[in-house]
Design a protein around this ligand. Structure first.
Ligand SMILES: [Zn+2]
Length: 97
């Protein structure tokens, strides 16, 4: 599943509830934004979450070799539901490091 759809892969994924931008707690029913990466051989991994006010909805500069996605979702009992992809950077895009 190296290139599985991140929305499908992360729907229902467990997540923390502290915004990476303002440290506010995100509550059940709130919208949040998240950033996730996929490297060859691993599944999608959530890297950061933000509350609705701080959320990043676009990837500024992609990382070469990584599949990256930003997404919006509803926070529900420490899980993501209703995941929607807001931006995507494919492994062949972005800057070599
Ligand atoms: Zn925030």
């Amino acid at each position: 599943m190296s290139h599985a759809d991140p929305a499908a892969a992360l729907n229902g994924a467990q997540t923390g509830h502290i915004c990476s931008g303002c440290n506010k707690g995100i509550r059940t029913g709130d919208q949040l934004h998240a950033y996730a990466t996929l490297y060859e051989g691993d599944g999608w991994v959530l890297r950061r979450i933000w509350c609705d006010e701080c959320g990043d909805t676009a990837i500024e500069s992609g990382t070469f070799g990584a599949d990256e996605a930003t997404l919006s979702a509803i926070f529900w009992n420490h899980r993501l539901v209703g995941v929607q992809i807001t931006d995507r950077s494919r492994p062949e895009d972005g800057e070599r490091v």
